[in-house]
Design a binder for this molecule. Structure first.
Ligand code: ZN
Length: 232
């Protein structure tokens, strides 16, 4: 049973970017709440917990899992320039408190992010558990409005991937990409890896306020309810 969504960000993330992260995730949860009604709103929906650039002061300085910095220092690419996304996700998976307080984890990093092949990507995920997104590519979008819309789209995408939507059981409006399943509707759960994806989606966002399609909103609802009953 996953009772909350943990939001982490790194030192280089601006206050404005952190606000987009928090507001977008909260908005997606509230939209599910509007679909499911008051009982589920109070019982089954995960809370959103913004931990930010956290440090556990009760732990010895620099010890394992004691701060966001510790994670970042243990998942650099060999050239030191990027965050190794899969290595970061393995650390999240191995967190000592993962079994005692199961939760979804969404992180926004200022640094460039690498996938398993070492390619620069906008996000990497471990579906059903965690996702890490990078502001690096979003910051290259031309206007402030495009950067906000691009980041909103990326955060919704990362949240969806962390919780594992589209669900593997869905057979309509989906397309496989490697081991993962993506949506084919006008939706944040389409593939979102590169600057060109963010550019296209940020332009769409100016006329398309909804981030998820109906099918993905339904999958998100099913994931939260299923998690409440220990089904996922
Ligand atoms: Zn969708």
């Amino acid at each position: 049973m996953k009772t909350f969504i943990s939001l982490t960000w790194t030192e280089g993330i601006s206050d404005g970017e952190a606000k987009v992260l928090i507001h977008t995730v909260a908005e997606m949860v509230i939209r599910v709440g509007e679909r499911v009604g008051p009982w589920f709103q109070s019982q089954a929906l995960p809370s959103v917990r913004p931990f930010g650039d956290w440090v556990i002061l009760a732990m010895p300085h620099g010890s394992a899992y004691s701060s966001v910095d510790w994670y970042l220092n243990h998942c650099r690419t060999p050239d030191g320039k990027r965050i190794d996304g899969p290595a970061y996700l393995r650390l999240v998976e191995m967190e000592p408190w993962q079994s005692s307080t199961p939760h979804f984890d969404v992180a926004l990093v200022a640094q460039d992010l690498a996938d398993a092949e070492g390619q620069s990507v906008a996000n990497v995920a471990l579906p059903g558990l965690a996702a890490v997104a990078s502001a690096h590519h979003v910051r290259k979008l031309g206007s402030q409005e495009a950067r906000v819309l691009g980041l909103r789209h990326l955060v919704a995408h990362a949240l969806g991937r962390a919780v594992g939507i589209p669900l593997p059981t869905r057979s309509t409006d989906v397309t496989p990409h490697g081991d993962d399943l993506y949506c084919t509707n006008l939706c944040a759960m389409r593939p979102c890896f590169h600057l060109r994806d963010l550019l296209e989606y940020s332009m769409e966002g100016m006329s398309q306020p909804n981030l998820y399609c109906d099918a993905c909103e339904h999958d998100l609802e099913a994931t939260f309810i299923g998690s409440h009953y220990g089904l996922s």
